[in-house]
Design a protein around this ligand. Structure first.
Ligand SMILES: Nc1ncnc2c1ncn2[C@@H]1O[C@H](COP(=O)(O)OP(=O)(O)OP(=O)(O)O)[C@@H](O)[C@H]1O
Ligand SMILES: [Mg+2]
Length: 293
């Protein structure tokens, strides 16, 4: 089911984002140790790796919450190192967080509207005051928020305080707030963590719709390997801040370094499993032979 339409090796297509040899340390802890990759328009690029591998740090470096000590990060060919995080959001890089970061007492509509304010020309204070041209802009924003609410199928909760909603719906609201920023690149940090199967399937469907219908490129960090292998166009595997593999999902699953470091038996290819079974039988035969000597 992997769709490689956006899997572009076509030299004529410029990457949207390019991460070049980025290094980031915290008092001796190497969170990112020389990572490079590119994300192309409309691509669904996944980053996987064990806990503490540096995945969230990569997101925080891209939107300039963290400042890498070495390397460069280019957005449409221009370095964005040193910009403020709100500037990267204005340029079209949005994200959701590993832990929900919403305003629990505010309604769904108002939470999503906060994402919209990144785009406001007249300032959100004027928008709330409801005066002059700001009023028109605010009305357009509210219409956009309603579109997002329809798209994410959360109409029935639109006026509820977010804190009262089920976890899966809160995650969807967070996604809505990121979409309200009109991003060209959306970074999703473990969007299905803690979700049940049904919520996970819903989220997967929305991620695919965002790619297909809205044409937004995404970087997906996720521990749910089934989801990643099903929906990503390209997968990068990180371990201890380093890239250990990158390729199409099938390719990555077959990579012996990845299998060893991370994926485990569940995702080993049939051939690898066979080879492993043969090797273990052979070693048993040797042991038995040795015992009988
Ligand atoms: N602000 C920080 N200060 C100090 N150390 C940090 C900071 N942020 C991350 N680290 C460290 O950097 C390393 C990578 O952390 P990061 O959160 O990027 O990993 P991760 O791959 O997102 O892990 P997880 O799957 O658990 O979310 C870890 O050793 C972490 O403790
Ligand atoms: Mg993380």
């Amino acid at each position: 089911m992997t769709d490689i339409r956006y899997q572009t090796s076509d030299a004529s297509t410029e990457p949207l984002l390019e991460v070049r040899d980025v290094h980031l340390s915290f008092k001796g802890v190497r969170a990112i140790d020389g990572i490079s990759f590119q994300v192309f328009p409309r691509q669904l690029f996944a980053i996987i790796g064990p806990n503490g591998a540096g995945k969230t740090s990569i997101f925080n470096s891209i939107n300039q919450v963290y400042r890498p000590q070495r390397g460069d990060i280019l957005w449409k060919g221009r370095s964005i190192l040193g910009l403020k995080p709100n500037k990267t959001a204005e340029m079209g890089i949005a994200r959701t967080f590993q832990n929900i970061a919403l305003f629990p007492h505010m309604t769904v509509i108002d939470n999503i509207l906060t994402g919209r304010h990144v785009r406001m020309k007249r300032g959100w204070v004027a928008g709330f005051l409801w005066v002059g041209p700001a009023k028109r802009e605010e009305m357009a924003n509210r219409a956009k928020v309603e579109d997002i609410i329809d798209f994410l199928e959360i109409e029935q909760w639109r006026k509820y305080p977010v804190g009262l909603l089920p976890y899966g719906i809160q995650k969807r609201v967070e996604l809505g707030r990121a979409l309200a920023m009109d991003p060209e690149l959306l970074m999703l940090d473990e969007p299905v963590a803690g979700m049940n199967l049904e919520e996970t399937e819903d989220m997967a469907r929305f991620v695919l719709d965002i790619q297909d219908e809205l044409g937004i490129a995404m970087i997906l960090v996720e521990h749910d390997m089934g989801l990643v292998m099903d929906i990503a166009d390209r997968v990068m595997v990180v371990d201890f801040g380093k890239k250990i593999a990158e390729g199409e999902p099938g390719e990555v699953q077959r990579n012996p370094d990845v299998v060893r470091a991370y994926l485990g038996e569940e995702f080993q290819s049939a051939e690898l499993q066979e080879a492993a079974a043969e090797a273990s039988e052979a070693s048993e035969r040797v042991t038995t032979a040795a015992d009988s000597v």
